[in-house]
Structure formats: C-alpha cells, structure tokens
Write a protein that binds this ligand. Structure first.
Ligand SMILES: [Fe+2]
Ligand SMILES: [Fe+2]
Length: 196
C-alpha cells in the first residue's frame, strides 16, 4: 500500500517544517535589507545570526536530505517530462549566493568601500532565489516524490536520513542550529515594544 504517498511521511514533513523555519528567517532578513535600503542601520547582530543559520544547518543539512530524495526520484523518473529543474544544481547555486551574501555582510561591517546598492542587490537576490526554490519544491518536487516513490523507497530514505542526522559533525551542527534559533528568538523578543 502507498502508505507514504497518502498518509504520514516523516521525510516530507521534516523538509516542509524546515522550509517554514527558513521562510520566517527570510522574512527577518528582508526586514533588515529594507533598513539597509532606506539608509538606516540594520541589526547586524541579527543579520550575522541569520547568515550562520542559512550557511549552516539550513544550507548543509536540509539540502543534503533533499538531494537524497531527489536522486532516488530520478532513478525512476524523467525530470524533464514534468519540467522539474535540476535541484542539485539549484542547491549549488544557492550555496554560492549565500556565500556571496555572507561575504557582502562582512564587507559592510568592516567598512569596506562597497556601494550599499550592491549589498542590497546581493541580499535581495539570495532571498528571492531561496523563496522561489522552496516554492518549486513545495509545489512540484515534494508532490512528485510522494506520488512516485514507493513505501520501500521512503523507508530506505528515512534510514539514510537518520544516519546523516546522527553523524557526529551533523549532530553538533544541529545543536548549533538550535542554539542559533534560541538566540534569534531572544533577539526578536528584545525588539518587541515593552508594553506589548
Ligand atoms: Fe532545496
Ligand atoms: Fe528545500
């Protein structure tokens, strides 16, 4: 029975939950970009935390898990038929964009002579590309994977993903991400008006 296609699917649920977190972090980043655009001083501490978040767990573990699902899907599916883009390639492009974004923020904070418009463009490009990528995964990749992969495929993937999550480097990466989440949360609370 296609249990994973129609019922609970731990892998997809986890990936979608990670998208929701990433999406709310992109909202925060956009707000800081708006401040930059308007010539105000953004919250650099928060931006640095967001850079670490996008560069760390979000970039390195989320995409690794998706790549596993994607490669399994390609074993029985011609992606060009359904116009599914090359997701591994998109992940590489996003890695390049997040690196450019991190570098741009370093320059801003070290008073390097870079036009602010250029910084805003780099950050905006990253946010736009990341949102577009996640939307494509939600609307095309995840539904296709659910439809095409067998229960055995999903069971195998769950096992592989559990191994990846439990690998020593990744377990500490997960702890860092959780600590980062805490810090971002505290940072946001600090910004709330005292009477709210
Ligand atoms: Fe992805
Ligand atoms: Fe994703």
């Amino acid at each position: 029975m296609a249990e994973y296609a129609n019922g609970m699917n731990k892998t997809i649920d986890t990936l979608r939950s990670e998208h929701r977190t990433t999406s709310s972090r992109l909202d925060l980043l956009e707000r800081e970009i708006d401040a930059l655009r308007e010539g105000a001083t953004p919250d650099y501490e928060l931006i640095n935390l967001l850079v670490q978040y996008f560069n760390g767990y979000a970039q390195q573990l989320h995409h690794v898990k998706e790549d596993l699902v994607y490669r399994r899907l390609l074993t029985s599916f011609d992606r060009t038929q359904d116009a599914l883009p090359d997701l591994e390639e998109e992940h590489e492009q996003l890695a390049g964009q997040v690196a450019a974004f991190a570098e741009a923020m370093e320059h801003v904070q070290s008073d390097a002579e870079i036009p602010m418009g250029q910084i805003v463009d780099i950050c905006t490009q990253y946010v736009t590309a990341q949102r577009k990528h996640m939307e494509l995964e939600e609307t095309l990749f995840f539904p296709k994977a659910r439809e095409r992969l067998s229960d055995q495929d999903w069971a195998d993937l769950e096992g592989q993903i559990a191994q990846i999550e439990a690998a020593p480097g990744n377990a500490s990466r997960r702890q860092e991400a959780d600590a980062l989440e805490q810090e971002i949360h505290v940072q946001m609370q600090d910004e709330q008006p005292a009477d709210s």
